[in-house]
Design a protein around this ligand. Structure first.
Ligand SMILES: N[C@H](CCC[C@H](N)C(=O)O)C(=O)O
Length: 279
């Protein structure tokens, strides 16, 4: 097959990094193996996720954007990616709007580019029934206890369109993110695997959070993970409506009024460079 040179833009949201591809103005066809190859930080571009910007027929959204983890798996939602998507389509002149509706695998979301250079995203309504996560458990609980062989682990389960397990820890720095994150990520009770958050409550308006992401491993920030942690914390009566979430890569502002309401996330989106890659 002839080699093809395709344009991409490297971006990040608090260090959670992306390669963003315009599939409106250039024909693109990615498969799992190619995504993995491009994700490689030595032989490829290197990123946590690949974002694909596509046209959307219909008046409910202007674009569709698809998300692929570094392992090539396509996923439903990406909070940091949504903010970078909004900045990308605006900076590339694909839209003049600052309020941008977009279709994702998990449904329609609305992104707002604010005057201070941040992006606010209506992340949708969290889903809490085990079947909606999906998580194999007989009934919804505030906290689930699962036996991991040598010891049991307790967590909340939340879907932001993508699955999250949220554990509360005394100190995120000392949390077994790599080992426990990896064993929970692929636990059979999560048929679509799961993102694993380690949350330390500082006070009702502030948490620290580290996330072992499904299909990628620990990232420097996770937007859907920040939303899921605030939902889990609020349902346990630990957190207020507006929470500062301090991740290794920086701070997100999360707001949630309660069950049945959408979660709002505000944070930065940074463009690093634009390049071409030969595939
Ligand atoms: N690893 C996630 C997708 C990316 C989410 C994360 N980068 C974010 O900012 O929400 C999953 O498999 O559901």
């Amino acid at each position: 097959m002839l080699a093809q040179s395709i344009r991409f833009t490297k971006m990040h949201g608090l260090g959670n990094d992306f390669a963003v591809f315009d599939a409106i103005n250039q024909p693109l066809d990615f498969n799992e193996q190619l995504v993995r190859q491009l994700a490689d930080r030595h032989e490829g571009i290197g990123f946590d996720q690949l974002l694909l910007v596509e046209p959307h027929a219909g008046d409910d959204a202007d674009f569709r954007y698809r998300i692929f983890n570094a392992d090539g798996s396509e996923v439903e939602h990406c909070g940091n990616g949504a903010r970078c998507f909004a900045r990308f389509v605006y900076e590339q002149g694909l839209t003049q709007k600052t309020r941008i509706p977009v279709m994702t695998e998990s449904g329609r979301i609305v992104l707002e580019l604010t005057a201070d250079g941040q992006v606010t995203v209506n992340m949708g309504i969290p889903r809490l029934e085990p079947a909606e996560i999906p998580f194999i458990f007989q009934a919804r609980q505030m906290l689930y206890t699962v036996d991991l062989g040598q010891d049991a682990v307790q967590f909340a389960a939340v879907s932001m369109g993508n699955p999250h397990a949220v554990l509360q820890v005394a100190d995120t720095q000392a949390a077994p993110v790599e080992s426990l994150g990896a064993s929970l990520e692929s636990h059979p009770l999560f048929p679509k695997r799961v993102n694993v958050g380690f949350m330390q409550v500082i006070n009702p308006q502030q948490i620290r959070l580290r996330v072992f992401e499904r299909g990628t491993g620990e990232t420097r920030a996770c937007g859907t993970g920040a939303c899921a942690a605030v939902v889990a914390g609020r349902l346990q009566g630990l957190l207020a409506e507006q929470v500062q979430v301090d991740l290794p890569g920086g701070r997100l502002q999360i707001a949630w009024q309660g069950e049945g309401q959408p979660v709002y996330m505000t944070g930065p989106a940074t463009t690093v460079y634009t390049g071409t890659v030969t595939v």
